[in-house]
Each structure stands twice: as structure tokens, then as C-alpha cells.
Design a protein around this ligand. Structure first.
Ligand SMILES: [Zn+2]
Length: 214
């Protein structure tokens, strides 16, 4: 708390006055363009990385940026996805993994999670990631596990009826990103190349285009 309280003051005195107009306009309601699903890891800050302002990104964060398949559990994720897609009508859904992800490391290294039964149960939603990579040398490379998991979670996302309907009507597109926090680089999955491209190599006009839609 010793660091947080002075931060609150700093925000109110130095940051808020510059954004007062923005917050005023947001009091009328929100119309975020993007639902982002990112990891809870403290080293990740989606708004900082994308330089988005309040009101732009509707955010779900959990251990391992996981999307339980529809009906797997009556989870907060399920309700939040439905609200973002069918209620707020976002245009983009970004699933964002990251380097050095502890959740994916636990999955890849078969860490004994008997002492953390809820984490163990939660990570079973990424079981397909493990199955897809088992026996492959890619399992030894944590970044590859993170990358594969983003694609697995995109598959889970499509099982949600609101997402399925929005994909069919063309309202929404799904994108897969991996953020490398040591280099400040985000890589975007290109389904045509079946590879992640560093964002500095991606031409801006393609970012929202069909090309990167999963
Ligand atoms: Zn993580």
C-alpha cells in the first residue's frame, strides 16, 4: 500500500486533469472497439502496450489468458465475452499471450499443482495446448507453448454463441497476439503464413484487415 496511496494522489493531481474531458465524455457511456483477453501477470499492461485510452479496450485478464469453452463453467469469462460482443458490439477480439508466462510454464513443465487445486482445474482449459505439442520439440520452448495456447483459446472462443454469431455476421474478428515484455514487441499471428509476425514488420493498413483474422 505504501506505493499505491501516493500513486492515487499523483494520478488525481497530475494525470486526471489532462484527461478530464475524456472522462467527462465517457460518463455518457462506453463504446470500446476491442475486447482483449490477456494474462493477469503483473508485467503486462495492455493499455500501455497499445497506447489505448480509457474507453477503448474492454479487458478480461486471468492466469494464462484462457477462455473456457462455452458451457464448461458458468464463468465470469463467459458472461464478460457475451456482454462485450452482443451488448457492446466490439469489432475486435484480441487474445494476448506473453513471454515468460508462469501459467504456460506450469503446463509445459508438468508442474505438480496439487497444492494449488484451483489453478490446476483452471489450466485444464489449456489441455489442448499440451496435447497439440506433446512429443514435439516445440514443447521445450516456452514461447512456442504461449503462441500455441493463444490459438487454442481462439478455438475455445468460437464455441461461445455470441462470438459465433458475430463472426458469421462479420461484426467481429479474432486476432492472436504474443507480447514479449523484455523487448517491448508484440507479435501478431498471420494465419496465411501460420506464423507470428513482429508488429514492427506489420504494415498498419493490414492490422485491422481480414489478413490477420483467425
Ligand atoms: Zn501469463
Amino acid at each position: 500500500m505504501n506505493n499505491l496511496i501516493p500513486g492515487l494522489r499523483k494520478f488525481r493531481e497530475n494525470v486526471f486533469p489532462h484527461k478530464q474531458e475524456l472522462f467527462q465524455s465517457l460518463s455518457q457511456g462506453q463504446a470500446p472497439h476491442t475486447l482483449m483477453i490477456a494474462c493477469s501477470d503483473s508485467r503486462i499492461d495492455p493499455n500501455l502496450v497499445t497506447q489505448a485510452e480509457p474507453g477503448e479496450i474492454f479487458l478480461i485478464r486471468n492466469a494464462g489468458n484462457i477462455v473456457p469453452p462455452y458451457g464448461a463453467a458458468s464463468s465470469g469469462e463467459e458472461a464478460t465475452i457475451e456482454f462485450a460482443v452482443a451488448g457492446l458490439r466490439v469489432s475486435n477480439i484480441v487474445i494476448c499471450g506473453h513471454s515468460k508466462c508462469g501459467a504456460m510454464a506450469a503446463l509445459a513443465n508438468h508442474v505438480n499443482l496439487d497444492g494449488l487445486p484451483s489453478v490446476k482445474r483452471w489450466l485444464s482449459n489449456a489441455e489442448a495446448t499440451k496435447r497439440r505439442l506433446e512429443g514435439s520439440p516445440r514443447m521445450e520452448n516456452l514461447l512456442e507453448v504461449v503462441q500455441e495456447n493463444v490459438l487454442v483459446q481462439a478455438d475455445n472462443l468460437r464455441t461461445h454463441p455470441a462470438v459465433s454469431a458475430a463472426l458469421q455476421s462479420g461484426q467481429v474478428r479474432i486476432y492472436g497476439w504474443v507480447y514479449n515484455f523484455e523487448t517491448g514487441t508484440v507479435s501478431i499471428y498471420d494465419p496465411k503464413l501460420k506464423a507470428y509476425l513482429p508488429s514492427n514488420k506489420v504494415k498498419e493498413e493490414f492490422v485491422n484487415a481480414e489478413r490477420f483474422a483467425l
